[in-house]
Ligand binder design. Structure first.
Ligand code: DGL
Length: 224
């Protein structure tokens, strides 16, 4: 069984991508809605919350735990791996590298939370591509709030999306990376606003493929 968790409902886009790929694989999803959002919480608090959820998922028999939250990955994945070295953890990281490789304008927009931008993983990856592309970072906490309220269509969501996407495109970005698992829930609106001027980069399917690979590895070890 695969365990997924996020600060809220955002990470369900990763679960959905995994279900499309492995429809028969049992999965459990924990949304820490009581403590959502994680975006501006101190890393120590996110570590504490993540450990509590991981312990619950592992206790329920999960063979792989997916940290379906960029912010929790940034703050806690090292600590989770230290605490449970026998359990494979799959985390989320903004897909800056593929976006940089695909960009023709040389300008990439990244939408994420403050916690993700401050994390070591993101800082390292973004500095690796900074010779070839310029990255414009944008914190979009209001998207988390919209998605938690289930507002993923209509004027309120469209206006919020337009306010973030238009300035990135005006600044020359032709790739916009979704660095928070709440944001793919608004992807259809982003694509409408972008209207072919920028590609919206959603890592959900790539992460789903990674989870399937990790699961296969766990099973082949167990059968040896
Ligand atoms: N879904 C989370 C992420 O991927 C963050 C949302 C929050 O601020 O709680 O970063």
């Amino acid at each position: 069984m695969v365990g997924f968790f996020d600060s809220g409902v955002g990470g369900r886009c990763v679960l959905d991508a995994f279900r499309r790929l492995c429809p028969d694989e049992p999965a459990v999803y924990v949304a820490d809605s009581e403590n959502c959002p994680y975006g501006n919480k101190p890393p120590e608090e996110i570590v504490r919350l993540s450990k509590r959820i991981a312990a619950d998922l592992i206790g329920r028999g999960c063979e792989v735990v997916v940290v379906a939250c960029n912010t929790a990955t940034a703050a806690a994945i090292d600590e989770l791996r230290n605490e449970w070295p026998e359990i494979p953890f799959v985390g989320m990281e903004p897909a800056v590298k593929p976006a940089a490789l695909g960009s023709k304008s040389g300008i990439v927009g990244v939408l994420a939370t403050r916690g993700t931008f401050n994390g070591r993983l993101y800082r390292e990856t973004s500095s690796r591509v900074s010779d070839t592309v310029r990255i414009i970072e944008c914190i979009a906490d209001e998207f988390v709030d919209l998605v938690e309220r289930g507002v993923v269509s209509g004027a309120e969501a469209e206006d919020a999306v337009r306010r973030r996407i238009e300035p990135l495109i005006a600044a020359g970005a032709d790739r916009i990376v979704l660095g928070c698992t709440h944001f793919p829930h608004l992807k259809h609106l982003m694509e409408n606003v972008a209207d072919g001027r920028a590609e919206i980069v959603d890592p959900s399917d790539a992460v789903a493929r990674r989870i399937a690979e990790v699961l296969k590895g766990v099973r082949s070890c167990a059968s040896r």
